[in-house]
Design a protein around this ligand. Sequence first.
Ligand code: KIV
Length: 268
Amino acid sequence: MAEIKKITTNTLQRMKANGEKISMLTAYDFSFAKIIDNANIDVILVGDSASNVMAGHETTLPITLEQMIYHASAVMRAINRCLVVVDLPFGSYQSNSEIALASAIRIMKETGAHAIKLEGGQEVLESVKRIISAGIPVMGHLGLTPQSIYKFGTYNVRAKEKDEANKLRSDAKLLEEAGCFGIVLEKIPAQLAKEVTESLSIPTIGIGAGKFCDGQVLVMHDMLGINTEFKPRFLRQYLNLYEQANHAVQQYITDIKSGDFPSDNESY
Ligand code: KIV
């Protein structure tokens, strides 16, 4: 059997240098992680969007470190090739850098994942440096940072105004200098994402940040059409899985009620 070439943070740096786009998608469980890894995705993000799409919460704030560890462990049991990045959930890193490092260590030790992601720039810089100094790769996340939704008040495009755009430019540089291996840019103007992407030697991964980023990420439930209520402009839906699964379940119910299932061939 041919040896599988595993994706590392170094692979992502090389991809940026060679102009090869990076593909990233969220996953939260064993079965979907297997499908996604076998499709040859570069990066799986065990996102704290699990709070929305797996647990049904309105925001990402309620999910706990224990729950992220549960999801990430299931994903790690499925994958062979891709790089797996796990979100540090709200409350597990904002207090101070000691707590942030302890949370990152728990993720790495208890799940076997390859890297962590956290939201913010200058505010979390000390934590970013401390986690990286412990040998843990860190991905940054700027722009619309959903853990701050109650500060923002809306999920609208961020950094349209000069001051916020300047802070984002400066935060991106700080994260690169601190040693982050990549940065997610969420819901910012495409021209700003282009400028930031060109100014950095580490890859940017966009979601609602236009075509100039070094890679793209979407939430799996959104792109597969499992989550039917969420239809932002940036989302490309590749399947209508909600409808297909709903039809399959309706047919199953019909077959039971009519006595069609199970048939003699499906019996012992
Ligand atoms: O949690 C998540 O799914 C994310 C992506 C939206 C980047 O952080």
